[in-house]
Design a protein around this ligand. Structure first.
Ligand code: MN
Length: 724
């Protein structure tokens, strides 16, 4: 084990910067040097399984990023630092400070992806691929991660056989298909061949051996085939490059398996490619004509120039019978077509992979990412392109594991309760707690992609109304609602039962009209509420069935008058202010306490009826809060500063001449209080009046009431509210 000498380090850094300069449009040398130094310092005491200094790994990853998938200098820096946070004592915050948040975010993304697959059986590859995507917020995370994986695969011979197989399987199932789809065609081939080498060493070596043993033979044959063709093309003054194409081992293996044949029978082992230096597609057809004059074509001609593949791949594919009756596959294309194809646009995934193609959204996104890869050219102002790199696919989904390693797909911000219902409605109904990554968490905890969730159940647990505040999935919501409705129905039915039995026992009947009126008088919006109140023991039924006469007469002025007044009073306010979180939810005023502007109020979240506004001192509310798991939200009256609201005052006194004048004068001269309406009646020398006044606040109102009370002919002055 050797440390790297200073000279060696200088040499390495210079090489990296050289590669960056020749591949990238803009290179911040200082930034790269600093990242190089930090990475070296951080990994100074670590060594790889091969015995090399660990630093050479991030260094090689940076070289791969800069040379094989060049995008920008930020990705190179992130590659140098990609293992620093995970493996050494440096924090993400430190990286963000020393470099930028952007770099730290990429490093963090790479670390997160790396951890998520370990310890799981990759039985649902498609879901794992989606999980991977859901965790990627910056395309450069993919680049660095793929470069990291490529370098690990290239150096896999030094780790244990078990690890070789695990990493190779992961690479073949997860990374290779993505490399292909992201347009990293060459990297895909290499990842596949390397994985195949460790997963099926015997087959790999056999095919490799056969390819090697036939190489000489093949080269000679290709020469024999090409020679007359080359001279013909030169005669016509064409500029071109002609080359034999190497087939990749894994793709040969797949073909042999698929056709159930041997390597000798795979005709396109003889494959050549003609690349024209011209940009004129017509030349391709011209060359095709020349080829067909020399050799007999067989019926395998495909014209992807006039009809490009969906991913813009363009080329002519032709198969002819060459010397000795052998089949030779020929591709003809222009330089530009070739470049697009090499960059991966032409990666044959769409036609060759068994990828699930039903997911149109994913298709679209992958196309978009590939476009980015292929349109970023060396001279692009890379910053502009990169700013549009924020990925959004699967950002509205998350993938979480069951303890057995099954993946569940959920909307973002889903909670353990959603997860529980995703497993089974029974698990949801009985869910009492949850462990996320081994830690017990509250049921409303927001899950993240990659979390392992263990639901704790209890037979006695039942869905809680509160859960509706935080669940995200339709499944959980409807199940909880259904359960609560059933429970509520039970309560209503039992209340109705109590009511009917009581009526029968007391030999009373209520006419429909009478019943409606009574329910309204009890301040319920509907029968169900009334029955539920009975079931919950909140009503004195005896009192309702045979009320004491005094109480009824005492209710003055009657409710309808108050309703009318409340309407006027509320219209003087600009409405109700609620927290942003609840904005847009409808609200209405509770009938039990009928708040009017100026009353201290609080909102109460109901199911199906939005926010009910109660007075803060409402008895009903206090009772409900005590018994239930209900949620209160802060609300207030919307009022311009200094603006007034309407309040009502009830006055009772002796019906003496001049009393009305006294009242109106007292009001209007007090602090310039304005009267909105006044309404009086007298009976048996009793004066009863209701005055609606504009006041600034409750204090103003209270002082006005005190002032009116000073007249000895007035018995009582009270704030007019629903319970007076
Ligand atoms: Mn690494």
């Amino acid at each position: 084990m050797n440390e790297l000498t200073e000279n060696k380090r200088k040499e390495l850094l210079n090489k990296l910067i050289e590669i960056c300069k020749s591949n990238l449009s803009k290179v911040d040398e200082d930034m790269i040097s600093r990242a190089f130094l930090l990475s070296y310092e951080a990994h100074k005491n670590d060594f790889r399984a091969s015995g090399e200094p660990y630093f050479l790994h991030p260094y090689q990853v940076a070289i791969i990023v800069a040379s094989e998938m060049p995008l920008d200098d930020i990705s190179v820096v992130a590659a140098l630092l990609h293992d620093v946070v995970e493996d050494t004592g440096f924090s993400l915050g430190f990286v963000a400070n020393e470099f930028s948040q952007e770099v730290a975010d990429i490093v963090n993304g790479v670390t997160k992806i790396s951890g998520v697959f370990t310890g799981h059986n990759l039985t649902q590859a498609e879901n794992y691929r989606k999980l991977l995507l859901s965790m990627i917020k910056d395309i450069r995370v993919i680049l660095v991660k793929f470069a990291d994986r490529l370098h690990n695969m290239r150096t896999l011979e030094f780790v244990s056989q078990q690890k070789q197989r695990r990493i190779s399987k992961e690479t073949l199932d997860i990374y290779a298909p993505f490399a292909n789809r992201f347009g990293l065609g060459e990297i895909k081939w290499e990842l596949e061949d390397l994985s195949f080498k460790y997963l099926n060493q015997k087959e790999y070596e056999q095919i490799a051996k056969q390819i090697k043993s036939k190489r000489k033979e093949r080269e000679i044959y290709i020469k024999k085939f090409s020679a007359p063709l080359e001279s013909k093309l030169r005669e016509h003054g064409l500029k071109f490059e002609i080359s034999g194409r190497a087939k990749h081992i894994f793709s040969i293996f797949k073909k042999i398996t698929k056709l159930n044949t041997t390597i000798d029978n795979i005709y396109d082992l003889f494959a050549i490619r003609i690349i024209l230096e011209s940009n004129d597609p017509n030349e391709c057809y011209y060359v095709l004509g020349v080829v067909n004059q020399l050799y007999n074509p067989i019926n395998r001609f495909k014209d992807y120039i006039s009809i490009p593949k969906k991913n813009n791949y363009q080329s002519i594919h032709n198969t002819v019978i060459g010397p000795d009756g052998k089949h030779v596959e020929i591709q003809i294309r222009t330089r530009k077509m070739h470049e697009i194809s090499e960059k991966g646009v032409a990666a044959h995934w769409k036609y060759k992979e068994s990828f699930n193609q039903t997911d149109a959204e994913m298709e679209e996104w992958v196309n978009w990412v590939r476009d980015i890869f292929t349109t970023v050219e060396k001279n692009d102002a890379s910053n502009e392109v990169l700013s549009s790199f924020k990925l959004n696919l699967y950002q509205d989904e998350l993938y979480a594991f069951t303890p057995k390693g099954d993946l569940k797909r959920l909307p973002t911000n889903s909670t353990p309760v959603d997860f529980a219902f995703e497993i089974h409605s029974k698990v949801g109904f009985n869910c009492i707690g949850a462990k996320v990554n081994g830690k017990i968490v509250p049921l409303n905890t927001k899950l993240n992609s990659g979390d392992q969730v263990d639901i704790i159940t209890s037979k006695n647990q039942k869905p809680n109304r509160n859960w509706l505040q935080f669940v995200k999935t339709h499944k959980a919501r409807t199940n909880i609602r259904k359960f609560l409705n059933q429970e509520e129905e039970k309560i209503i039915l039992s209340g109705k039962d109590i009511w009917d039995k009581k009526l029968k026992k007391m030999k009373k009947t209520f006419h429909q009209d009478e019943f409606e009126k009574m329910v309204r008088k009890q301040k319920f919006d509907n029968h169900n509420q009334f029955y539920a109140a009975i079931a919950n023991n909140q009503l004195d039924i005896d009192e309702i069935i045979s009320p004491t006469i005094e109480k009824v007469e005492d209710k003055l002025p009657n409710e309808l008058e108050f309703d009318e007044f409340a309407k006027i009073a509320r219209s003087s306010s600009k409405g109700i202010l609620v927290d942003n979180e609840y904005r847009g939810i409808e609200h209405n005023f509770a009938r039990c306490c009928s708040p009017i502007p100026g009353d201290p109020i609080v909102g109460f979240i109901t199911i199906g009826e939005g926010i009910k506004i109660h007075r803060r001192d409402c008895n009903n509310l206090i009772h409900m809060v005590k018994t239930g798991e209900h949620k209160l939200v802060p609300v207030s009256w919307s009022k311009d500063k200094g603006a007034s609201f309407v309040a009502g005052i009830n006055i009772r006194g002796e019906d003496k001449p001049g009393l009305l004048t006294y009242i109106s004068n007292s009001i209007t001269t007090f602090n310039n209080t304005n009267i909105k309406a006044i309404n009086i009646s007298s009976k048996d020398s009793l004066f009863t009046g209701t005055v609606a006044v504009y006041v600034n606040d409750l204090e103003h109102l209270n002082r006005l009431i005190e002032r009116l009370k000073k007249n000895k002919d007035i018995f009582s002055v009270e704030r007019f509210d629903a319970t007076s």
